[in-house]
Design a protein around this ligand. Structure first.
Ligand code: ADP
Length: 628
């Protein structure tokens, strides 16, 4: 805006006019600018109204004060250093953020840009200041919020991740990154998390991206683990959409539920087994005994011999089954003794794999802890596992069995901390499909044409009764691995007694046999008569008492009574014993029962015979009781 336009004006007037004009332009610009502007030479020379508004100081109040007087102590030195350097003609950073303290004592953040120019031969500093306090506070809040979310994400014991509509992982918490041991950003969830080529069959992304919240339990076969998943939509204000998934590992709870169910099933089986085991054992004792007697007595043709052998074989199988069933029955609680495992492992494995095409390898820790086990029951566990491995490898293969010491410093699953023996059976067989992994320990679950589905249920039950735990790892086509944890014994190593060779037995004396089952009575009669005894039998308690009385009166008293423990609805051996002893105090007595007992001389009897028993076992017991 020219205010002088006269041809007669001097050069000086023109200069003054230009200066005035520029001064007016500068003022108009600075006075109306929204950005704070200040001029300084160490001290403030000029500040515009916007600067006044930011600092709450008037120009008059600032004039004569050093530039750094209004700067926050944290930045004072920096501002002073840079301002002076700039005035000296140096070139410190021209752009920076500082904190000031306003006249009313408030802290404010300014974004400052500084430069210099020359005026009347002097260097003058000029700066602009923008109040960025709001942005700074916002950024700080954002950082705090981010830190909070990060802390929550990372403290969460489960897994968290969000995926785009194209299954790309948008973010994941630390737990998940550790689990996958790789950076996950941008990779697809089904590939890196679930190792699949296609989206997972249980994927709910589509529903969630549409706004649904979905909760479900999923089973991940590869990990053999269960997860509770909550999936929820995550929408950004920008319009970007993600599905947020929170996964909690619920495998321990699932296993506990399964165990409860399994235990209930086992208990009902126990009831059934307990009910039939008594009768079953009686029949079996009679059948086995009679077969032995037949072989001893009769001269058999090779054909008859073959038939007999087949019958014996079937009996032995039935005996095995009773033993297995009895494991479930009340009386099946283990009769534990402290034993080393190695011998039992070696003998059982070699027995089960004799003549097969399986190569087996046994590795046992030196100084393996001793365990308190029922060797008969635990032998069953070993043979069930070995037979399963053999059946899973019909063309042959390797079976590795390892036993090692394990000290658990803290509880693992259902096992409390302590000393354990860990047994591993690993085969190269057909493996177990993921869908069956949770079922194989259930009674009656089998995938075999002629399987009973009892083998692993029995293993489970026996191991549990020993205070241990059994678990499986397997993938279809990749073999199976069974792991057993057995609590170690605190007892000292003792020599394991070996079975004595049976001797041919000839005795003499008068024996009373009492059993409600005729076949048992008659088998025992035959066997004892063959050994040279005079035998009388009784099928009922009062009859037994009467026979004893008669024998006493005849002057031909009994030397030995072999009595059955339980007789349905009548006097059993236990009840009879005092009366018999009263009639003949020096009478020797043997108790028979299908239920095992830990005692060698239960209820005051001189010995115990566990049904079913073999004739040599009967002879050995009779010999011991009568002749020591
Ligand atoms: P059974 O042998 O009578 O079928 P089990 O309880 O011993 O009963 O086994 C249950 C099921 O577990 C088997 O039918 C089989 O499918 C599976 N199984 C057990 N052990 C193995 C193994 N070592 N390899 C593959 N499958 C196995």
């Amino acid at each position: 805006m020219a205010i002088i336009n006269n041809k007669n004006v001097s050069q000086a007037d023109l200069l003054a006019e230009a200066l005035y004009e520029s001064e007016i332009k500068f003022r108009t610009l600075t006075e109306s600018a929204a950005v704070g502007i200040f001029l300084y030479r160490e001290r403030f020379l000029y500040v515009n109204p916007a600067f006044e508004a930011i600092t709450c100081y008037k120009l008059e109040e600032l004039k004569g004060r050093y530039l750094w007087d209004i700067v926050h102590p944290d930045f004072k030195d920096l501002v002073k250093e840079r301002a002076l350097a700039r005035l000296r003609g140096e070139n410190p950073p021209a752009h920076y953020e500082v904190k000031i303290i306003t006249k009313d004592g408030k802290e404010k953040w300014l974004e400052v840009t500084a430069a210099v120019f020359e005026q009347e031969g002097k260097v003058v500093g000029i700066g602009t200041a923008v109040d960025i306090t709001k942005q700074k506070l916002f950024a700080q809040r954002l950082e705090e919020t981010l830190a909070k979310y990060q802390a929550i994400l990372n403290a969460f014991e489960g897994l968290i991740y969000a995926v785009s509509p194209f299954f790309e992982i948008h973010f994941a918490n630390r737990k998940l990154k550790e689990k996958c041991s790789q950076e996950l950003g941008g990779k697809t969830c089904y590939q890196v998390l679930y190792h699949r080529e296609q989206p997972c069959p249980w994927c709910v992304n589509e529903k969630v991206l549409k706004g649904e919240v979905v909760q479900k339990e999923i089973f991940v076969p590869r990990e053999n683990r269960w997860y509770q998943v909550v999936s929820t939509p995550l929408y950004y204000p920008s319009g970007a959409r993600f599905a947020l998934h929170l996964l909690v590992d619920i495998t321990p709870q699932k296993r506990a539920q399964e165990e409860l169910l399994r235990t209930t099933k086992l208990e009902s089986l126990a009831l059934l087994a307990g009910g039939i085991a008594h009768d079953f054992n009686n029949f079996l004792t009679a059948i086995l005994g009679n077969l032995t007697l037949l072989r001893l007595k009769a001269r058999l043709s090779p054909k008859e011999e073959k038939l007999l052998r087949q019958a014996e074989k079937a009996c032995l199988k039935a005996q095995g089954l009773t033993k297995q069933l009895l494991t479930f029955a009340k009386g099946g609680s283990p009769i534990k003794k402290t034993a080393p495992l190695e011998e039992l492992l070696r003998e059982t494995i070699s027995f089960c794999l004799r003549g097969s095409q399986i190569d087996w390898h046994l590795e046992v820790d030196d100084d393996l802890f001793l365990v308190d086990i029922d060797t008969v029951q635990f032998g069953q566990v070993i043979s069930n596992l070995v037979i399963n491995a053999k059946q899973a490898m019909p063309q042959g293969g390797n079976l590795w069995v390892k036993a090692r010491n394990l000290i658990l410093k803290e509880a693992r699953g259902p096992l409390p901390s302590g000393k354990y023996v860990e047994l591993v059976f690993k085969d190269e067989g057909s493996g177990i499909p993921a869908k069956y992994l949770n079922k194989i320990f259930d009674p009656y679950f089998t995938t075999k044409k002629d399987g009973s589905g009892l083998g692993l249920a029995i293993c489970y039950s026996i191991v549990k009764k020993h205070g241990g735990y059994i678990e499986v790892e397997s993938e279809e086509g990749k073999g199976a691995l069974f792991r057993i944890y057995l609590p170690a014994s605190d007892k000292e190593r003792v020599a394991s007694p070996r079975l004595k060779q049976q001797e041919i037995f000839k005795g003499h004396g008068h024996v009373l046999v009492f059993d409600d089952e005729e076949s048992v009575r008659e088998t025992l009669r035959e066997a004892l008569e063959m050994a040279g005894f005079k035998v009388e039998v009784a099928g009922e308690g009062h009859e037994a008492l009467a026979k004893l009385q008669e024998a006493n009166q005849r002057g031909d008293p009994f030397d030995l009574a072999i009595l059955d423990l339980t007789v349905p609805g009548g006097l059993g051996g236990k009840e009879l014993l005092p009366a018999l002893k009263q009639l003949k105090p020096d009478l020797k007595t043997i108790l028979m029962s299908g239920y095992p007992t830990e005692e060698k001389k239960p209820f005051g009897f001189d010995a115990f015979l566990k049904k079913p028993f073999s004739i040599p076992e009967l002879y050995a017991t009779v010999k011991k009781v009568l002749y020591g």
